[in-house]
Design a protein around this ligand. Sequence first.
Ligand code: GUN
Ligand code: FE
Length: 481
Amino acid sequence: WPLITMDTLQRVFKGTFVHSTRSCAMEVLEHHILGVGTSGKILFLESDQEQENLLQKWGFEESKIEELSQNEFFMPGMIDTHIHAPQYAFVGSGMDKPLLQWLEFTTFPTEETFSNLDIAENVYRGVVQRTLMNGTTTACYFATIHTDSSLILADIAHQYGQRAFIGKVCMDSNETYPKYIESSEESIFETERFIEAMENKKYNRVKPIITPRFAISCSEKLLNELGDLADKFQLHIQSHISESVDEIAEVMRLFPGYNSYTEVYDRNKLLTSKTVMAHGCHLTDEELSIFRRKGAAISHCPNSNISLCSGHLDVQNVLKQKVKLGLGTDVAGGYSVSMLDAIRKAIETSKIIFMEKQKRKQENKTLDQNEIAQNGIASDLNSVNDTDHDYKVLSNQEAFRLATLGGSEALNIDHITGNFEVNKEFDALLISTAPEIRAHENLFEIPTEDAVQRFLFLGDDRNIKAVYVAGRCVVPFPRND
Ligand code: GUN
Ligand code: FE
């Protein structure tokens, strides 16, 4: 018989809850009550008209209800689907090089120093604290090639109560910076050691993830064996794909037997429903259809794509192709640790693509007019196709969904977190919009949806009053005294 454990109601919050569902990019639930069990799961989310019934059903005292103030709302914790923990050491610097030079001159030399466990401990404590304060309740981390310092990152995420995937990075080729490398055998042996050590720790919410850095830094043999390991241990997988044009050219040079970058990962069993690939700016529709078939996801990291001049991901096209999509900061290719920044940059990237399409439309119109003037008729060659006509900019509601529910889908944990559906764990941010954002508070009331939008565009960690992971308050940090 299955063991049935009864959950008891631990906390009840009353006020406004804002989250996304599959059918609604942003649902604003005012005058609601939400109950959290001792398990950390959401037991109910109902209109407060049901309050009396619910309190009776669960045997909960009305005086213990925690009521939000007028300027506050709860939203789901944000999910950073792609972040390099060691690169927090140089975040905001080295922003003047394109990807491959940036890796060679800034990234690899820094990551190499993480063989030193004191350096690792210091930087990892910083990145976990800083992302949690900024509302990242789940982070999908790249560490470095060093197993023991990667285990320190896992331990710190666990200590602070962040939900996390931790990747010991694998790379057995590195032409540009040969000092930062491992042998293929070492890479596999150390990955297994990492997985086993993580299993022995029995962390509830911190899990290992198979992490080939990208095709350029991995031999075919290594990719293939990592695919086998992921299958054997049923693990998640992360890497980078089609981030910059130079990178793609290098991959095609190194893997001449493959037709596309996607095929390099796919034929080596690295594209599964538990895979998240960062960037994908230059993926063709054909490659995207492989992603869809395999249930693999893309992590859109717009700050990084702009900062390293890598390219723009067309989010609307990825959504149209029904590929799972989340947002990532990609620290330190991206210079901000905040998922609010990822939301803003995703919207801005979408606006840039929109303007480029508008410009092209205008240019084609001029071409048509010139042709009509010359030939009396315009050829069809210039006209834009239909999809460009109704191209829409990414809305703030949809970007909010990508940062929360979308991220949980991308990491294949949408049965556990991502919104406030009953039975999911309560990963949440208590947001206060006063007084920095609600500047006109004394003059007039603004609708909650506007307050949320203002928070998305103007808010920062000062507006995040508390952070919960699985019902436990993890920010403000517990005091040691
Ligand atoms: N491709 C391979 N490694 C990296 C990395 O560390 N950052 C980014 N943005 N792209 C990569
Ligand atoms: Fe990255």
